[in-house]
Design a binder for this molecule. Sequence first.
Ligand code: AVJ
Length: 325
Amino acid sequence: MISTDTDECRLATKSKDFYLDVIQGLRETPKRLSSKYFYDKKGDSLFEAIMHSPDYYLTRCEMEIFIRQAEEIVCRIAGQNTDFELIELGPGNCAKSIHLLHALTQVNVAFNYVPIDISENVINELRSFLPVHSPNLRFNGVVGDYFDALSVHSLSPGTRKVVMCLGGNIGNMTVAESNRFCAKLRSYLQPGDQCIIGFDLVKHPAIIQRAYDDRAGLTREFNLNLLTRINRELDADFRVDQFDHYCSYDPLTGAAKSYLVSLDDMVVSISGDLISFEKDECIWTEISQKYAKDQIHQMAADNGFSHTAEFMDSKSWFMDAVWTA
Ligand code: AVJ
């Protein structure tokens, strides 16, 4: 394997950011770690398992929307009959969007698919999968930060844009952060451009609670894996068996929050920095925000979009909203 200076440099910067985020978060009160660090190799495969878990409904619901309603979604985004660029933020294995891509190739409209992901792995997988699966698809994968990639450089200026953010990824932001994200997204778009955003909807609290504390213990393992990753990549000595997974859903705010609970008083070294934990102290590791339909309509309006269409699964548990700038 050949590794160039820039590769090594990028790697070094990456793990430095990870280290700084971890140390800063654990020095805060209350302590916190960012859910964006869940996704190392083990985390990716645990998340894959979660998506297949009977207790985790989000993926199945959104999949149903894309399987059953792809043609209607296509009407909303390709109706104008102009060429466009279909940009997907965080495409994963593209299992949902592939249905939309197929439906789009059935209608007479030219488009270029641009998956953008921070993970080089994800983009490389798509580079080998897409040409086999959809030989006629024009696509151009981009590795990078969503907004860096969205800035005109990597995209064709003047071409109409449709930006997808599926999977309830927006749920990993607080409501305030989501509003900032939508406002920023809007600032990269021109009137007539669109976005398709996946929102997990409020529902019986017990269903949501179960999704983030599944009976097979996959979410627990997924949450705890963050400590294993910190041990390995940041030379730390967390005793992972001395932490518990805890999730609580608050129906009044729509926030499902996950925590790691320290089971004892302890001191942990992270690359030589010492962090102490009290028995029962919690590290907040994730938010998965749920939305009421009205809140989604309001979020569109507040950030310069009109809420053009909405697509829901048969249980009305998940919504893909189409917004027009
Ligand atoms: C990938 C952000 C949609 O919050 O539901 C799954 C991640 N965390 N189980 C979510 C997750 C715990 C997931 N998203």
